[in-house]
Design a protein around this ligand. Structure first.
Ligand code: ZN
Length: 270
């Protein structure tokens, strides 16, 4: 503290700030430096960023809607095709509950980074639309979203706001035009990820100088392959996630506290 960085008669490197004493060499300060030094930063987010909004991570057993069911079974495309009534008895209240949830400070932090020109895009595994509702402009939803439902027969798209009137007496959402089954435009287990969204995500990951992985265990492929694309092209990873990930040893910065507090600290350090 108070130490003068170098001689006053030595103004040779005015643009260098390497002599500036950093008050704390914290992970937040390091991450802020990486963000400032990166010309292309991309965020990759998972369930952990929405937990502070009250959406449980379904991998955490015994929580809310997922308490009595195995999501791998009930939220599977085969379950939808085999027994749409049972599927909707589970999924309809989930759609309702997600629609009432607001973004939290962590979503807002990413929107702020984007607004300040420090974040190119958000790639998310979440279907809750909270990045968009927080104000993010470029959001790539690789697992789809609850924004709409689509007819499996004729392809008609029904916005979520108008989905409730489409449920029949059995509690199954049906198309008004062809009476086909409406499926939420989320990627169910057993379905391929949307090719266009994945191509966009891969292009961004390959171009990123910094990938900011937030609230994801980075274990579910193919999304979990995105950080490898960044590393392979010489980009860096920052991981802000509770619990271990397969990329911890590769991360330039690793934070594992509360996601809201961690991102607030990074914004404060910028
Ligand atoms: Zn139809």
């Amino acid at each position: 503290m108070g130490r003068s960085p170098g001689s006053p008669s030595q103004p040779r490197t005015p643009s260098s700030d390497r002599a500036t004493p950093t008050p704390a060499n914290t992970p937040a300060a390091k991450l802020a430096q990486l963000i400032k030094g990166s010309s292309c930063t991309v965020a990759l987010t998972g369930a952990g960023i929405s937990v502070p909004s009250g959406i449980p991570d379904f991998r955490t057993p015994g929580k809310g809607l997922w308490e009595k069911v195995d999501p791998m079974e009930v939220a599977h495309i085969d379950a939808f095709r085999r027994d749409p009534e049972r599927f909707w008895s589970f999924y309809r209240p989930r759609l309702h509950s997600l629609g009432d949830i607001d973004p939290n400070r962590a979503h807002e932090a990413l929107a702020e980074l984007e607004a300040r020109g420090l974040l190119e895009a958000v790639i998310t595994q979440n279907i809750d639309m909270l990045h968009t509702r927080a104000g993010c402009e470029r959001v790539i939803e690789v697992h789809g979203s609850i924004r709409s439902l689509s007819c499996q027969g004729c392809g008609e798209v029904v916005p979520i706001e108008r989905s409730e009137e489409r449920f029949d007496a059995e509690g199954v959402a049906r198309c008004a035009a062809c009476d086909g089954y409406l499926k939420p435009d989320v990627i169910l287990f057993g379905e391929l990820l949307p090719a266009a969204a994945m191509a966009e995500a891969e292009e961004l990951a390959a171009r990123a100088e910094l990938m900011l992985c937030i609230g994801s265990s980075l274990e579910v492929y193919p999304v979990a392959g995105l950080p490898s694309l960044t590393l392979a092209r010489g980009g860096r990873l920052a991981i802000v996630t509770q619990g271990p990930t397969p990329f911890d040893a590769d991360a330039a910065v690793r934070m594992d506290g509360d996601v809201v507090a961690d991102l607030d600290a990074v914004l404060d350090a910028l």
